[in-house]
Design a protein around this ligand. Structure first.
Ligand code: 5MM
Length: 339
């Protein structure tokens, strides 16, 4: 009999396979609507289904994508010919995951800060998701940088939520992806992002230990250490160096792997940053991507709601997946963009 711990570790290893990363396609209704609106795509369930069918049926996607994070609606959807998306992913060698948080809400008493909700009934939901074929899950907490924020209260409350979620996932046999995102909004410096990211990671791992989460059977999905969007820009090397330094200081070597979010960076920049992180010191954990926008932006724009553009859109997704797969090995070069 396979012990649950062994199967968690095995799933985590599969997700962190060399040269592969994760496709985050778990936009909630509001986020998906915000992506569709500027392109004039009607914000309907059928259009979300069509778009996500395009993504999961991309030929050769499994060469570079180890896992796909789905929104709950998508987990139970089918392709036009009636094949469940979960089966399409499985046939492509891609592990199915599910976003299980219920989104971030204002944190009472702390203006400008948010707390991620979704713990109520989570144990039961996880059973349902596992029965539908999900083998990993994701929960995102958001931390804003600004005047006097983040507060210790926001950091501690969000870290505790992440740890309680992670423990419930492991109980259900699902690998938790723990996503504490320090936002890029603002004009703060690279150094400020590094300090806040470090403080958040310290608290997240304190809480994960308190909640007895098996580190080898979980993955971390952090932000890269970047200046705020309105701050003084940093070079690719500065971002890579600050990010790796922070993670080496704060993330235990036992963690199954680290897969970054892109957080609003342009697609090529997110690739270049990941690649640069593989040019220096040996790393104690595999380091790859779990991008949403930085994998999908080109594909969504190319599709634009019209299935006549489907093949080109799939090629755009595959291109980004291939470039980031190379970056996860430190083998990316701009020449790959033109292949
Ligand atoms: C930070 O967002 C995650 C990674 O996406 P990017 O690479 O675009 O930053 C992403 O998985 C996110 O958690 C999902 O898109 C769900 O977000 P919402 O806002 O819809 O809950």
């Amino acid at each position: 009999m396979t012990l649950p711990a062994n199967s968690l570790i095995e799933t985590a290893r599969t997700l962190m396979a060399p040269g592969k990363g994760l496709l985050a396609m778990d936009e909630s209704l509001g986020t998906c609507n915000r992506r569709f609106a500027p392109l004039g795509i009607a914000q309907t369930e059928e259009n979300r289904r069509r778009y996500r069918e395009l993504l999961v049926t991309t030929p050769q996607l499994g060469q570079y994508i180890s896992g796909a994070i789905l929104f709950e609606e998508t987990l139970f959807q089918h392709s036009a010919d009636g094949t469940p998306f979960v089966d399409i992913l499985k046939a492509a060698g891609i592990v199915t995951g599910i976003k299980v948080d219920a989104g971030a809400q204002p944190l009472a008493g702390f203006a400008g800060e948010r707390i991620t909700e979704g713990l109520d009934g989570l144990r039961e939901r996880l059973q349902r998701y596992a029965a539908q074929g999900a083998r990993f899950a994701k929960w995102r907490a958001v931390i804003a940088i600004g005047d006097g924020i983040p507060s210790r209260t926001a950091i501690e409350a969000n870290a505790q939520g992440l740890a309680r979620y992670a423990a419930l996932c492991q109980e259900a046999g699902l690998v938790p992806i723990v996503e504490p995102e320090v936002l890029m909004d603002g004009d703060h410096s690279l150094a400020r992002c590094q300090a806040v990211t470090g403080e958040v990671l310290d608290e997240v791992f304190t809480q994960l230990h308190r909640h007895a989460v098996l580190l080898e059977g979980m993955l971390l999905k952090p932000n890269m250490v970047v200046p705020g969007q309105g701050g003084v820009p940093a070079s690719v090397e500065e971002v890579a160096q600050a990010t790796v330094q922070t993670l080496r200081r704060k993330v235990p070597a036992a963690v199954g792997g680290i897969a970054f979010l892109s957080g609003g960076q342009s697609s090529p920049l997110a690739t270049a940053h990941l690649n640069a992180m593989h040019q220096g010191l040996a790393l104690p954990w595999p380091l790859t991507f779990s991008y949403g926008r930085a994998l999908q932006d080109d594909a969504l724009r190319t599709w634009g709601g019209d299935d006549a553009n489907r093949t080109q859109a799939q090629q755009a997704l595959l291109r980004r997946a291939q470039c980031n797969g190379a970056a996860a090995l430190g083998q990316y070069s701009e020449a790959l963009e033109a292949v």
